[in-house]
Design a protein around this ligand. Sequence first.
Ligand code: PLP
Length: 373
Amino acid sequence: MQKVYLDNAATTPIRQEVIDEMVKVMQQDFGNPSSTHSIGRSAKAVIETARKTIAKYLNCKSQEIIFTATATEATNWILRSAVKDLGVKRIISSRVEHHATLYTVLALQEEFGIQVEFVNVSSAGTLDYHQLAGLLTDEIKTIVSLMHVNNETGVINDISRIGAMCQQNMAFFHCDTVQSVGKTDLDLQQLPIDFIVASAHKFHGPKGIGFAFVRKNLVLQPMLFGGEQEKGWRAGTEAVHQIAGMAKALELSYENLNEEINYIADLKSYCWQQLQAAFQEVKENGTTTFYNILNVLLPFSEEKTTMILFHLDMKGIAVSRGSACQSGSAKPSHVLAEMLSDEDLKKPSLRISFSHYNTKDDIDYLVETLKSI
Ligand code: PLP
């Protein structure tokens, strides 16, 4: 059966060069990076080279990159430490953040009784920047946690603007850049951001490895106690091959960036045209969206709605559910619930997300299959 993978916002296939790099490291650099002998030092060198590579592409200092297992872990650590160690008394976020942020914010509110404010989001998925500006004038130690690219809709937040507002008002800024690292240039010398988080499996690297950027001079407390790894902030023997694989994946993403952006953006616009040609009333969820994510509301009846993902899956097509009711037990998407009317929420929305491995044939197959439902 034909297999079509159009769920690249969930995870991406690993590039062959990344697999080769990881295998090489596993075979040749198996030492414990904390060992002082040459085999250990060699593994340590792999880690520090990877850190430098990542720092180079994001234009920051290598000491500002801290390896973590996932972006979820990094976000949990940063927000928790901001409350516990940096004196933060309020978190400003939005209800369309990934659960890694949203549930951490709610847990911290419950545990520490801190104030939480959510910035409103329009039906197009855009943040209310004026409300944010107003909130930031309050004199209370604040961390703002707002993402760069929304993983469900692809809506892009203006992080330069948010960063500048935070800087003016002495608020910390944590940005979930999971969907944008490796997919667009991020210059951390220019962007006024204190913390970012990333995950290798979103940019054709391995799962179970990510990193946090923590701006120099900000001192967080350890998330794990034990050895001296990662400045003593994240104790535990490093996953050397995963770290090397992540750096390789980031390097390849940035070396091929413009070419891949053009290719993927073209696929997305082709997909949108084909969907419009096939379904007159199709709508895009969100405006100002990233080049690799297309979230669409399909004008299907309620009976068909429950069938769609199942039917696509039977035909070998992987996409994500965009909204409620496509599976009896599933909850509605918390992101679309903030944006769509109750009536539209009942209709099927699909998140189609692309990578450079996709082709126009994949899209033709998707559209033909949707037409046959
Ligand atoms: N933030 C966003 C925007 C994501 O898309 C994801 C992954 O789905 C995460 C955070 C969590 O990343 P990880 O799987 O590395 O914990």
